[in-house]
Design a binder for this molecule. Structure first.
Ligand SMILES: NC(=O)c1ccc[n+]([C@@H]2O[C@H](COP(=O)([O-])OP(=O)(O)OC[C@H]3O[C@@H](n4cnc5c(N)ncnc54)[C@H](OP(=O)(O)O)[C@@H]3O)[C@@H](O)[C@H]2O)c1
Length: 235
């Protein structure tokens, strides 16, 4: 099956990385289901990419709320009848406080954005992914999940929980034709500072284009045997 017949759901599509991933998948011929919190931003993204809104699905939704996600799943099934690629790029960062200082609310927000968005997306869309006998689930995580620096506890806890979900999913999907993989980056170099900066401050950052290349590979037929990876993309 070519990309022309494939359907990709991108959660957090209007974010810094989401926009670049959306552009690349559209250029490759994927049909798109784009989710985010803000409908105007999703519409503007389609307009920016010169994509006909009726060819693609966009919906503002709070991905930490399972009821609203359940409500849109039938619409995606009705429009496309299949799903091949589920990419969760919902983001958010919190840091600068020790575990003694950080408020429980901050930890809860990080768990909501990273763990619970992935949990609900998985529960709602995995059945559709599995129907084809082909599917890819991809998240973008951070080495903080396994090696957290001081004062990043809330974020590290959120990413570690999301990683545990993905690795469990990979183990449960083994042999099904659906894979689950994690791309790890330290920071995303949306402004391509690494190319111009001479201080060395950005050497470990990863450009969105580098991440997209990894996404495209993991999404390909050739990556069928790669499952449960934590793929480091930082220098
Ligand atoms: N940026 C980094 O340096 C870095 C480093 C390591 C890993 N990552 C991971 O890479 C991925 C992409 O990062 P990014 O920098 O592109 O993130 P970003 O620019 O902050 O974008 C995140 C997107 O998630 C959406 N979002 C947040 N909460 C949501 C919710 N409850 N329901 C629905 N949508 C929600 C936001 O929607 P709105 O448009 O409505 O705000 C936004 O479009 C994330 O998973 C992030 O954790 C990023």
């Amino acid at each position: 099956m070519t990309e022309q017949n494939k359907v990709a759901l991108i959660a957090g599509a209007a974010g810094g990385l989401g926009q670049v991933v959306t552009r690349q998948l559209a250029e490759a011929g994927f049909s798109l289901a784009l989710l985010g919190r803000n409908q105007e931003r999703l519409d503007a993204l389609l307009a920016d990419l010169n994509l006909n809104p009726s060819d693609h699905f966009t919906q503002s939704v709070d991905l930490t709320n399972p009821d609203s996600l359940n409500a849109i799943a039938p619409a995606i099934r009705e429009k496309y009848g299949r799903l091949d690629l589920l990419i969760n790029l919902v983001g958010g960062w919190a840091g600068g406080e020790t575990l003694l200082e950080v408020q429980a609310d901050t930890v809860e927000t990080m768990l909501n954005q990273h763990l619970w968005s992935s949990f609900y997306l998985t529960q709602v869309f995995l059945p559709l992914l599995k129907e084809n006998g082909f599917g890819r689930v991809i998240t973008v995580s951070s080495p903080s999940a396994t090696n957290p620096p001081p004062k990043t506890g809330a974020y590290a806890i959120g990413k570690a929980a999301q990683d545990a979900l993905m690795l469990t999913l990979a183990a449960e999907l083994a042999g099904s034709g659906v894979t689950a993989n994690i791309i790890q980056v330290k920071a995303i170099d949306v402004k391509h500072r690494r190319q111009t900066d001479t201080t060395g401050k950005y050497t470990s950052w990863t450009t969105p284009e580098e991440i997209v290349s990894a996404v495209m590979y993991l999404a390909s037929d050739e990556a069928a045997h790669l499952n449960g990876l934590r793929l480091p993309l930082y220098g």
